[in-house]
Write a protein that binds this ligand. Structure first.
Ligand code: MN
Length: 741
């Protein structure tokens, strides 16, 4: 540890007191209620706790918490709770005091924040990527609990970056890298623009010291000519703004070293060719919030009357603020020297919001509730993702990062409303963003009036109409087409809801079956049914029943342990179908399971039954299942129920073959498309005129321009259905025609 012998303990105490007094002065001149007492208590507690400890730079440790607390009030604008928590933020981590001690002294709120800060005190980067993700997850989780944790963490990180010089080189790289990877984008998302810029610049400085120095020098060297140019550029505009009677600031802002370097790297150009090295900024005073927008456009008119505007470079963040609340009007015009100059037009309040983001609302109490609601909505989305245990931490990290940091696109609804989405968002994302119901029923979208699938990736400026259908249900595989965190969590909860409905349906079917067969529900019945179906519990069993994966039959409730002789059903009085079946097993052997079973229909009587789960028809590849009651149930080869039966009752399966038959079978075809004139007539023509097929029933709905039709036809075999579907798909407007089970 370094210690300068010229500094006496008295001088150090004076330095500490001065820094603390400075903090208090800033607090007292802010708009916050003056709660000096708690801050004072926190300061003294932290000072004593860290007593005798020094930072690597040699200064007393308490200088760090004071500096962090100063950033918290001065640059983020938080109040006494946060200032106190900032002063105490390293106490639990670095001294013998516990969170309980903090709670006893400072109450629950401050203790929770300190606890959150202690939990995320390690770096974001561990040695492994998954550890990285886990820490990041922790960080965001704490943020969900109280956003102040992350805001204070941001201040902590900023001060550490400002004093990074005293760290050994290898740690410098690691911390600088982490700052650029996580903290700067997070600051951006929280709207802390000034902090984001400083974090980026500091990271750049430590990662590429030489380049940083060179750019810095070039900025200084070009200052004089830039100022000269700006004076010429601004003069005619100033004249007009003065005539408007505005009180304003008009200055020139040079890009940060980091963003200049970034541009040089990505465009492969030297410093001199970075044309948007600086931007001109007009900030006007305005107390009337309702006039802000109009004044912006008035200024825009004046600017573009003096200079020619770039046709593609008007950015209207007034009508559609960025997600991080940024509002301003940007226009790029041709300056007097023939170079493009960006002019940013904002009110004082917009400027404050832009520089200090979230913190600005403590200054402007108006609209506070609204802003907090927006932020907490966003945070609760993040919390939702976090609470859903993900098997793969890296996937999770990608999802969250995508939402936090991805660049945005803006799309339009048919009514002209604008919706901001992350880049890569699909039609399905938009549907879920608008409303959960719209998402779960989404079947497609019309993008710029053209029909596109729900997985279609949207681009900025697209006009999108969501097409939904009441018959649509949310699907697991949609997860692949959703990039927004909100969409993903809404899909997940919709799937859970859907699952609940299936379970309820299955439970009802189960109960109805028991009632119908006069079986009393007891634990034995239930556990027998569960184990027969290899279900893990009763929910799983009901879900399988509700999903038609299990067909209820009396076998399910028959004991086999006693050589099939003991049937618990006998305990009940028999009624209706629940006849004792003492002979069924014997006669079942009459069917030869080794040879092919021929499915025949003679005199209107069949030697088989059609499985209600998959509805096979002649021509389909089928397998027979021999029940206890000696019936053959025919399933389609690819039926999921059959797959289950194969696993549990393999010996009861029969190879089947359809005999020639004269019967007709019922098949259901689902047709989906965009409704247009004559679509129904064309379909009917194909069925009855062209193919002479008997139509049994037709159920047509048209919803928001989407055409849905369930068609029941009587056919002789599967081939006819395939042909019919193919012909129907040729009808204009029809998207799909498929046979339903
Ligand atoms: Mn710290």
């Amino acid at each position: 540890m370094m210690q300068n012998n010229n500094i006496t303990p008295e001088m150090e105490d004076q330095m500490i007191n001065q820094a603390y007094q400075n903090l208090l002065n800033i607090y007292l001149s802010s708009n916050h209620r003056k709660k000096v007492e708690i801050i004072d208590k926190a300061f003294k507690f932290a000072r004593d706790a860290h007593k005798g400890i020094r930072r690597r730079s040699g200064e007393p440790y308490i200088m760090h918490p004071i500096a962090v607390a100063t950033i918290v009030i001065q640059e983020i604008g938080l109040g006494s709770t946060s200032i106190s928590a900032a002063l105490l933020h390293d106490v639990v981590e670095d001294t013998d005091y516990t969170v309980e001690d903090i709670e006893a002294q400072f109450g629950h709120k401050i203790a929770r924040i300190v606890d959150g800060l202690t939990k995320i005190s390690g770096g974001i980067f561990g040695d492994q990527a998954s550890l990285q993700a886990e820490n990041f997850r922790k960080l965001l989780l704490t943020m969900g609990e109280d956003v102040r944790v992350v805001l204070i963490k941001m201040a902590d990180r900023l001060h550490n970056m400002r004093t990074l010089q005293s760290m050994p080189a290898n740690k410098r790289y690691k911390i600088a890298g982490e700052t650029l990877y996580v903290y700067a984008p997070l600051a951006h998302r929280l709207g802390l623009y000034a902090i984001k810029t400083e974090l980026e610049d500091l990271s750049f400085k430590y990662n590429h010291p030489a380049e940083y120095q060179r750019i810095k020098e070039q900025i200084i060297a070009s200052e004089e000519s830039r100022n000269e140019l700006f004076a010429r550029f601004s003069a005619p505009i100033r004249e007009r703004l003065d005539n408007m009677g505005l009180v304003y600031e008009f200055n020139v802002r040079v890009k940060s070293c980091y963003s200049i370097w970034n541009k040089m790297q990505t465009k492969h150009i030297p410093f001199e060719e970075v044309y948007d090295l600086y931007a001109a900024r007009i900030i006007f005073e305005c107390d009337d919030e309702s006039a802000e927008k109009r004044i912006c456009w008035n200024i825009y008119n004046e600017v573009t009357e003096v200079y020619t505007k770039h046709p593609d470079r008007v950015r209207d963040w007034l009508t559609t603020p960025k997600v991080n609340k940024y509002r301003a009007l940007h226009v790029t015009v041709m300056g007097p020297d023939g170079n493009w100059v960006e002019v940013q037009i904002r009110s004082r309040k917009m400027d404050d919001t832009a520089e200090r983001g979230f913190a600005a609302h403590w200054k402007y109490k108006i609209g506070e509730g609204e802003e907090e609601e927006e932020l907490s909505r966003w945070l609760s989305t993040i919390t939702d993702i976090l609470k859903d245990p993900e098997p793969n931490a890296i996937d999770f990290l990608d999802t969250v990062k995508l939402n936090l940091f991805a660049s945005e696109i803006v799309v339009f609804t048919p009514r002209g409303e604008t919706i901001t989405l992350p880049k890569g968002a699909t039609i399905l994302d938009l549907a879920f963003t608008l409303h959960t119901d719209l998402g779960t029923h989404c079947i497609a979208g019309k993008v710029n009036h053209k029909l596109k699938p729900l997985s279609y990736k949207l681009a900025s400026g697209d006009q999108v109409e969501i097409i939904s259908s009441n018959s649509q249900k949310p699907k697991q595989e949609w997860d692949k087409f959703i990039v927004t965190a909100k969409g993903k969590s809404r899909l997940r909860s919709a799937l859970r809801h859907e699952r609940r409905l299936t379970i309820e349906k299955g439970e009802k079917e189960f109960m109805d079956f028991l009632a119908e067969h006069n079986i009393t529900l007891n634990n034995e019945v239930l556990s027998l049914a569960i184990s027969r179906q290899n279900a893990s519990n009763k929910e799983e069993l009901f879900r399988m029943i509700g999903n038609n994966e299990v067909i209820l039959n009396e076998d399910m409730f028959t004991h086999k342990e006693h050589g099939g002789r003991f049937n618990w059903l006998r305990r009940n009085p028999f009624k209706g179908k629940a006849e004792p079946k003492s002979t069924t097993h014997d006669s079942a052997t009459a069917i030869d399971t080794k040879s092919i079973y021929r499915l025949t229909t003679r005199d209107g009587k069949s030697n088989y039954e059609i499985a209600s789960c998959c509805h096979p028809i002649p021509g389909d590849d089928t397998v027979g299942f021999l029940t206890n009651s000696n019936k053959v149930i025919v399933h389609k080869m690819d039926c999921p129920t059959l797959a289950r039966l194969k696993a549990s009752h393999g010996s009861r399966l029969l190879q089947t073959q359809w005999e020639d038959h004269s019967d007709t079978f019922q098949a259901t075809i689902h047709i989906e498309g965009i409704d247009q004139k004559g679509i129904l007539q064309s379909i009917v023509n194909i069925i009855s005129t062209n193919m002479s097929i008997n139509m049994k029933q037709m159920n047509v709905t048209s919803d928001q321009g989407v055409f849905n039709c369930d068609l029941q036809v009587l056919v002789s075999d599967a081939k006819v259905v395939t042909n019919l579907c193919r012909e129907i798909k040729k009808v204009k407007g029809v998207n799909d025609a498929t046979r339903m089970n």
